[in-house]
Design a binder for this molecule. Structure first.
Ligand SMILES: C[S@@+](CC[C@H](N)C(=O)[O-])C[C@H]1O[C@@H](n2cnc3c(N)ncnc32)[C@H](O)[C@@H]1O
Length: 446
């Protein structure tokens, strides 16, 4: 059973079987595998029954999900997890203060969402759209909807600066200040901030361990993924409410109405309910793998160059780097900020972190050299390498480019396999595309 914390761009759910077969072909029984670009950690999970599994990813949200899903947790730890803990006094304390500060927009938002009922056009809906389009956010208190009048000062640059200097300042407010409309409802932001405050406080007061903290945090990552208002399942492009004609005679009105319904459905979702669902599902389905399983959160170059890495005696590296110019740090900037909780500098309509990581695999002029470094380091660590790469118009490199780099290091011990499947073309037309996916196996020989 695969537990998903993140619906992920480039997730390999459809290719789990051929990837596993390729890994089985080179890895000894009871051997060990590292998923160097873990992402959603789906591939690593699928290997846990047979191997000791390590995972790595530069992004912090992926690391937290890996800590929950891949690392070993004893039955005692899993049994100890408690919703009463998460939604206890610390949660209530933070929520009460945020509710006091943002009471006017919270009350107004509740009314907007209730008044709409299931009619997604007309005057009542337009009132909601006006609020949706004019919500204040960090450093941008100007031109906000009048429901923000009595709390607009909290959004000022001076207030944000205080939090930036001390991110533990009470009440935790990052989501409420940064990611209200379009991304989330304010009531959802209040919940997210209060859950984060609660688990941080529980950790700080020694009431839970780091291990439990990561598990609790991973459920919150899951919630964000399901309620965010954006194009596709990621966070790169905040969604707008599109207009419809008063008599609904417009060509795209039925599509726009469907989108509006979806937005309102998400906006009404209670974070606490989703969190509880994930909590129960995780507790019921968690299967502990090998006690040595471990997650890393590093640039793969740093990890593979560390002398202690070799001592782990890992047999095989599964390699699934980005293959288009879509930087994961932009697409998943909000879960990254949830984990870092650092009140970052932000830019553009998407409110992206300004310090987002730029992966060399996403940059045309660097990608081939990045592969060369990767294959060299794999070889130096005596690793078999199983690589996934795609062949679409958006791909930065061709399969020929990659194969020739593989052959530079693994000579004629390189096998290429074509594994075609249909994939979702996030937010673009056509919606579903036949992907030519390749698995390249490089067998290490002394
Ligand atoms: C194609 S995705 C992996 C998808 C994954 N196999 C799955 O099924 O969900 C590529 C991942 O590589 C990570 N990444 C990109 N450059 C990296 C680097 N230099 N070091 C470590 N991770 C990196 C990204 O954060 C992203 O999660």
């Amino acid at each position: 059973m695969i537990n998903i914390m993140l619906r992920y761009l480039g997730i390999k759910t459809k290719l789990l079987e051929p990837i596993k077969i390729a890994i089985d072909n080179v890895t000894p029984q009871k051997g060990s595998v590292i998923d160097l670009f873990g992402g959603s950690n789906t591939v690593a999970q699928n290997l846990m029954n047979d191997y000791t599994v390590y995972t790595n990813d530069y992004q912090a949200y992926s690391y937290i999900a890996a800590k929950a899903l891949i690392e070993y947790h004893s039955t005692d730890v899993i049994n100890c997890l408690s919703l009463e803990n998460v939604f206890g006094k610390y949660y209530e304390e933070n929520k009460a203060e945020l509710t006091r500060r943002f009471s006017t927009p919270l009350v107004a938002e509740k009314k907007f969402l209730a008044d709409i009922g299931d009619v997604y056009y007309g005057e009542t809906f337009d009132k909601f759209t006006d609020y949706f389009d004019h919500s204040a956010y960090a450093g941008h208190p100007e031109n906000a909807h009048h429901v923000f009048d009595d709390c607009v000062s909290y959004y000022s640059s001076t207030e944000i600066k205080k939090y930036r200097e001390d991110s533990k300042l009470f009440p935790y407010s990052l989501f409420t200040l940064y990611y209200g409309n379009p991304y989330f409802s304010i009531h959802q932001c209040v919940e997210i901030d209060s859950i984060k405050y609660s688990i941080d406080k529980l950790l700080e007061c020694g009431e839970i361990s780091e291990e439990e903290h990561s598990i609790y945090l991973s459920f919150l990552i899951y919630c964000l993924n399901l309620i965010v208002i954006s194009v596709g399942d990621h966070f790169a492009q905040p969604q707008k409410i599109k207009p419809v004609k008063a008599d609904l005679s417009g060509e795209r009105d039925s599509i726009n109405l469907r989108e509006r319904k979806k937005i309102i459905g998400k906006k009404r979702t209670l974070v606490q309910e989703l969190y509880k669902e994930k909590f129960e599902e995780y507790k019921a389905n968690y299967i502990a793998g090998n006690i040595a399983n471990r997650a890393f959160n590093l640039d793969y170059k740093i990890l593979l160059s560390d002398p202690t890495f070799k001592a782990l005696n890992i047999n095989t590296a599964y390699i699934d780097p980005p293959y288009t110019n879509a930087h994961y740090s932009r697409f998943y900037h909000i879960p990254e900020t949830l984990v870092k909780y650092d009140y970052p500098e932000i830019e553009y309509f998407g409110r992206y972190r300004t310090d987002r990581y730029q992966s060399g695999f996403c940059i045309k002029s660097q990608a081939l050299e990045e592969f060369r470094t990767l294959l060299r380091l794999c070889k130096e660590n005596s690793l078999h390498a199983v690589i996934s790469y795609s062949d679409t118009a958006q791909c930065i490199l061709t399969i020929e480019d990659i194969t020739s780099v593989c052959q530079e290091y693994y000579y004629n011990n390189v096998v290429i396999e074509n594994v075609a499947h249909m994939y979702r073309n996030f937010g673009q037309k056509p919606n579903r595309v036949l992907a030519k996916e390749y698995i390249i196996t490089c067998k290490y020989k002394e």
